[in-house]
Design a protein around this ligand. Structure first.
Ligand code: OAD
Ligand code: ZN
Length: 310
């Protein structure tokens, strides 16, 4: 006997949204394309652009965001980074729709894979930037974390930012060694060593001062532990999952769909179908148009973008 799916129509989506109290919105690059930010995997996406440019020494465009490749050739990422540095973009109807859900007390959390911070600009409070952001940067060698603005100048000049703490330690150690060997004292050992024999590559980026990397998640890097912590809590509470503008190709964020209970309905809103997910309701088309339509049906109005002067 064939069982009819419990939910499958736009009407069902409207009704689910009306009654849900704890919605998880899982978003990706597709909610920012209308802001002029390319996504990754579309025909006109970043990976295709990087490939076409042919300007970068990469065997696969995804290496642009690969931690092993970055350690070896950070200059490739820094010749490109200013292109993805958040600048004067205005939140899309989708970002503001997430804010609308929050204003109506329906948003449990927005898990976003985007690093453009447009959810925050739209006023969304409960957003988790699963793939980090440019808000902070860390030294790959000594792990020191600084505000992202500290490396903004280098990003704009397409230079590789170096850690000032590592540099200072290295200079101090060199100075000490000079005076120590002059006086016949032993060389410094322990802690951060800059002795001659330590000069070769080490796992944190070499004997040179550490390279600073924006705290956006690269392939080969773990997500912040907050991701697991939030998901562990939220899976007990969530009553609706809305996935918008993502190809769901990158784990572990893509696994949110399978980590929440099977009984929770899922609505998938995307320009293109994604073969490996089976949402209850699949709404294909432009995400801004679809969320605007849903809001009209619900009698809700999407808040305006924050004023340019704000
Ligand atoms: P993708 O580029 O993989 O997928 C974006 C999806 O959005 C595609 O399926 C598009 O069809 C869809 N899309 C584009 N414009 C749309 C529109 N106007 N309305 C609706 N849908 C639209 O981007 P993500 O899934 O976000 O990670 O990529 C996931 C991760 O892969 C990124 O966070 C990034 C990348 O590598 C890292 O760099 C670690
Ligand atoms: Zn350092």
């Amino acid at each position: 006997r064939t069982k009819l799916p419990a939910y499958n129509s736009v009407d069902d989506a409207v009704s689910l949204l009306r009654h849900a109290k704890n919605i998880i919105v899982l978003s990706g690059a597709g909610i920012s394309t209308s802001c002029g930010i390319p996504d990754f995997r579309s025909a006109n996406g970043l990976y295709a652009q990087i490939q076409e440019d042919g300007e970068y020494d990469l065997s696969d465009p995804q290496e642009m965001f690969d931690i092993r490749y970055f350690r070896e050739q950070p200059e490739v990422f820094y010749s490109f980074a200013k292109q993805i540095y958040p600048s004067n973009f205005v939140p899309s109807p989708c970002h503001r729709w997430i804010k609308l859900l929050e204003d109506r007390g329906k948003l449990l959390r927005n898990y976003t894979q985007n690093i453009d911070t447009l959810e925050t600009l739209a006023g969304v409070q409960n957003v988790l930037q699963c793939h980090g952001s440019f808000a902070t940067a860390s030294c790959l060698r000594c792990r020191r974390r600084v505000p992202g603005t500290d490396i903004e100048g280098e990003i704009m000049r397409q230079e590789v930012p170096k850690c000032s703490v590592c540099r200072a330690e290295r200079e101090a150690a060199r100075a000490y060694e000079k005076s120590a060997s002059a006086k016949g004292k032993p060389k410094v050992k322990g802690g951060m060593i800059w002795g001659d024999e330590e000069e070769e590559e080490n796992e944190w980026g070499g004997g040179e001062p550490g390279i600073m990397k924006p705290d956006i998640t690269f392939f080969g890097q773990a997500l912040d532990s907050k991701f697991d912590e939030c998901l562990f809590k939220d899976r007990e509470k969530v009553d609706l999952l809305v996935i918008i503008g993502t190809s769901l190709k990158v784990a572990p964020v893509s696994e949110v769909c399978t980590h929440i209970p099977h009984s929770i309905p899922q609505i998938f809103i995307n320009l293109t179908p994604v073969a490996h997910v089976q949402p209850d309701i699949c709404l294909l088309g432009d995400a801004d148009t679809i969320v605007t339509y849903l809001s009209d049906r619900l009698g809700w109005s999407i808040p305006p973008p924050p004023s340019a002067s704000a």
